[in-house]
Design a protein around this ligand. Structure first.
Ligand code: NAD
Length: 258
């Protein structure tokens, strides 16, 4: 029997075929999970195209902005089965913040980025709580820029630091109900969100040159770890940030030429 047979996974963050969330959807479905997708209205046509493509069977899909309590509540009210797996693959910062000095980031931009990228996990879990099955697993997406300085990541790095702290706090709060909360910290993947970051292609090339495994990663790699975190085999892992980055996070100094 596949490891996720009889599990219902609800995934937020599909915007295109390149989305990490789509890679996760594919791997969870391959392990037998039944899927529901929440999408942001501006990506509706792309998401419908993917769903209708039939590559991955989707039981339910609906509009849901994770910063809107009303949309969250409407979305969860439509679900017909308890939620075993909840995936938060969502982030947003005003693109102008990636390129300017951090002291130029204004409070509105700061609040917007932390609201959409970190507090949204709190709202999502509050809305999902009455629908969560015992033994549920919550998975969010982070990046090394939340722990170390990555040039051009700036405000999003602060949002990821907050997200990782939120994960530990939520894991502590819902652990007594048997629910686990973890983050996957992924290496760079070329997606719509990543295309906002100047120099992203050079960053990918650097990974391939210096990461211990000398390669970059794919959404499928993230999906494989998500499938493990979704399954009962990871039942005693919670509050963690697990890296899928070809080992890049272990480097302090890359091998130097010459
Ligand atoms: P993507 O552009 O495919 O996905 C980002 C998603 O966030 C989109 O589906 C968008 O609709 C959603 N989103 C943003 N604001 C939202 C809101 N208010 N309500 C609902 N959805 C909202 O890009 P991606 O790279 O697949 O990003 C997914 C996650 O992976 C993000 O958390 C990102 O920070 C993280 N991540 C990405 C990389 C990378 O290199 N691409 C690396 C590590 C972590």
């Amino acid at each position: 029997m596949s490891s996720l047979q009889n599990k219902h996974a609800v995934i937020f963050g599909v915007a295109s075929e390149q989305s990490i969330a789509w890679g996760i959807a594919q791997q969870l479905a391959a392990q037998g999970a039944r899927l529901s997708l929440g999408y942001q209205q501006r990506f509706k046509s792309r998401v419908l195209q993917l769903v209708r493509g039939g590559q991955v069977p989707v039981a339910y899909y609906g509009r849901c902005d994770v910063t809107s309590d009303a949309e969250l509540s409407d979305f969860f009210a439509e679900l017909k089965a308890p939620v075993d797996v909840l995936v938060h693959s969502v982030a947003y910062a005003n693109p102008s913040t990636f390129g300017k000095p951090f002291t130029e980031v204004n409070q509105e931009e700061f609040n917007e980025a932390l609201g959409a990228s970190a507090y949204s996990l709190v709202s999502l879990m509050r809305a999902a709580a009455p629908h969560m099955a015992p033994g549920g697993s919550v998975i969010a997406l982070s990046y090394l820029g939340g722990q170390r300085i990555v040039s051009n990541y700036k405000l999003m790095g602060v949002a990821k630091a907050a997200l990782e702290a939120v994960i530990r706090q939520l894991a502590s709060d819902v652990g007594p109900q048997g629910i686990r909360v973890n983050a996957i910290s992924a290496g760079p993947v070329k997606t719509l969100a990543a295309s906002q970051i100047a120099g992203f292609d050079a960053m990918l090339k650097t990974y391939e040159q210096v990461a211990p495994l000398r390669r970059s990663i794919s959404p499928t790699d993230v999906g494989n770890l998500a499938a493990f975190l979704a399954a009962d085999g990871s039942r005693n892992i919670t509050g963690q940030v697990l890296f899928v980055d070809a080992g890049y996070n272990t480097l302090a100094m890359a091998a130097l030429a010459g």
